[in-house]
Write a protein that binds this ligand. Structure first.
Ligand SMILES: Cc1cc2nc3c(=O)[nH]c(=O)nc-3n(C[C@H](O)[C@H](O)[C@H](O)COP(=O)(O)O)c2cc1C
Length: 184
């Protein structure tokens, strides 16, 4: 059994990220994995990284708030699935806050504070053309694969415009997300 963490940067409770990661969660649990979901939008008390650089001495974040258990869970997990909509070509503010707080996993001299090779799946959603979303997904892959040396198992970009329906009603989209889950 593996510990898998899903980090959802969408504020929507029933949106596309939730539909896709929900299908992945079901697949992972059916395969005997333990899955924990963090909806960043539901955290009540957190700040983005304050760039205090304390983590560059201690390898730990000195901030203790609602983001702390999210980062701790990612540190402990065997695998992570990250999901975010595209907002003006970027990940959401919620996702970006999570991503920057992961900076504490890089210590002095850029030494990684987490084991290399954590499994990682990436889900990006968008409303229009996929170009911006694909570019953003590559950026996320660069952070997770490049900085955090995760093992990128797959990325799926969902476009509402291309699908013509929400992800929850799109069997092909659900199947594409499930395929990534099956790789864990
Ligand atoms: C503030 C805001 C900005 C957005 N910017 C873009 C964008 O730049 N490109 C795009 O294709 N869709 C954009 N969208 C649409 C969302 O990315 C799209 O609805 C997405 O599927 C939502 O995902 P979710 O249901 O998982 O929350 C934007 C939506 C909002 C609310």
């Amino acid at each position: 059994m593996s510990q898998i963490v899903i980090v959802n940067g969408s504020p929507r409770k029933n949106g596309n990220c939730v539909a896709l990661t929900g299908a992945m969660k079901a697949k992972l649990e059916a395969a005997g994995n333990d899955v924990t979901v963090f909806n960043i939008n539901e955290l009540e008390n957190y700040k983005a990284c304050q760039a205090c650089m304390a983590c560059k001495k201690s390898g730990k974040c000195v901030r203790k708030d609602d983001m702390t258990p999210v980062i701790d869970a990612v540190k402990e997990a065997d695998g992570i699935i990250v999901a975010t909509p595209t907002y003006f070509g970027h990940a959401t503010a919620q996702y970006r806050a999570f991503e920057d707080r992961m900076y504490c996993c890089i210590g002095a001299n850029f030494a990684l504070q987490i084991p290399e090779g954590k499994k990682c799946g990436v889900i990006v959603t968008c409303g229009g053309g996929v170009d911006g979303a694909v570019a953003m997904s590559k950026q996320i892959e660069g952070v997770m694969g490049g900085f955090f040396k995760m093992n990128l198992l797959g990325t799926y970009v969902f476009s509402e415009a291309a699908a013509g329906k929400p992800a929850k009603d799109d069997a092909d989209a659900i199947a594409a997300a499930e395929k990534i889950a099956e790789a864990f």
